[in-house]
Design a protein around this ligand. Structure first.
Ligand code: NDP
Length: 329
């Protein structure tokens, strides 16, 4: 029995092409559990894997999709049985193995997390890797002492996926949130998620001139990297932390070590892909309790498999607002 998938092929000139095709179960990679996929999403990395690959995809034809949610169809693992609702993010799925842009997926049981109570499969993909990572970043900042009342927390790339979810979670937890955006037209959207201050990208995207500036931010979730991250380090309050999540603005870090040495600033690395199981469960539980689902609904841009080539190009240009939810059926 065949089913739909977004398949990326590579031609003799090395150019990739993405389109919806019919595939069969025996084409799927090895694994213990077959999931009837309901929803997937579009993260920055998906944009790379739908398009030129960005060095992430080795073999073609390829089915991208680093996240999916759905219902277990068959399982050879005791932890899961048919009918269980599950969510998968990361593990290099959709990169070095076929991922969630198909009506069925086969994965090792270790990749799965049971869908937390009170979250639907659709909401889980509105969260996706971007939202899961935002939650990991909030947890890391809290683990390093961040508490409401210490001052504004800066979120960079605020109108993107990570930034939108981070803004909503922080505001719900009682933090004052300042969002950096290069798209002034998203100000009302960011305020509806709970941001109380909007910072224009150009204000903060300049190369560091002074290693220390006024102590402004109690903490930061940074999806941008590059010059912006370097600049933010010099603006964080004494003992505060920055969770480095992304590189939408560049992989470089043209900074000085002065903020670390004179202000005890912490730079915390956040990885969602290889995150151990227990912390995944902890983060998904926190998403269930700390991310207001009405705010999540405001972020959703619905899509289907056929929309993915355009959406992949759009996210690479920083043009996607909030979270795309792909109904694969
Ligand atoms: P999005 O494209 O949805 O968001 C990125 C946002 O960054 C954009 O919406 C834009 O926000 C801003 N931005 C884009 N280009 C630039 C630029 N040149 N300079 C400054 N700001 C820019 O992507 P995601 O939210 O899905 O991912 C964000 C980053 O986090 C990516 O780099 C991604 O690879 C990374 N990531 C890392 C993970 C991890 O495990 N560490 C997991 C998930 C994502 P605005 O318009 O508001 O300025």
């Amino acid at each position: 029995m065949s089913f739909n998938a977004l398949v990326v092929t590579k031609d003799d000139e090395g150019k990739t092409h993405a389109g919806v095709e019919q595939i069969t179960l025996d084409q799927l990679p090895e694994g213990d559990v077959v999931v009837a996929v309901e929803y997937s999403t579009v993260n920055y990395k998906d944009g790379l894997c739908i398009g030129p690959g960005g060095g992430l995809v080795r073999n073609y034809p390829h089915v991208p999709g680093i996240d999916f949610s759905g219902t277990v169809e068959t399982s050879e693992d005791d932890r899961y049985k048919p009918g269980d609702k599950v969510v998968v993010t990361g593990w290099r799925m959709g990169e070095n193995r076929w991922g969630g842009y198909a009506q069925k997926a086969r994965v090792p049981a270790d990749f799965l997390v049971p869908l937390p109570e009170g979250i639907t499969t659709k909401q889980a993909m509105a969260v996706g890797t971007a939202g899961f990572t935002a939650m990991l970043a909030v947890m890391a900042l809290e683990d390093h002492g961040l508490m409401p009342g210490q001052g504004p927390v800066l979120v960079t790339g605020a109108a993107g996926g990570v930034g939108s979810v981070a803004t909503a979670i922080l505001a719900h937890l009682g933090y004052e949130v300042a969002g950096v955006t290069g798209r002034p037209e998203t100000a009302d959207y960011l305020k509806s998620l709970g941001a109380t201050q909007i910072v224009a990208r150009e204000e903060i995207n300049e190369t560091v001139k002074r290693p220390l500036e006024a102590e402004t931010w109690a903490g930061c979730i940074d999806a941008v990297g590059g010059a912006m991250l370097a600049r933010v380090l010099g603006q964080v309050k004494y003992g505060g932390s920055v969770a480095a999540v992304g590189l939408a603005g560049g992989a470089g870090l043209p900074a000085t070590v002065i903020p670390f040495l004179l202000r005890g600033v912490n730079l915390l690395g956040i990885d969602s892909v290889m995150q151990p199981y227990d912390n995944r469960v902890r983060a998904w539980r926190r998403i269930g309790s700390d991310l207001p689902m009405n705010k999540l609904e405001e972020m959703i841009q619905p899509a289907n498999l056929g929309d993915l080539p355009d959406l992949g190009r759009a996210i690479l240009k920083g043009q996607v607002k909030g979270r795309v939810v792909v109904d694969v059926n």
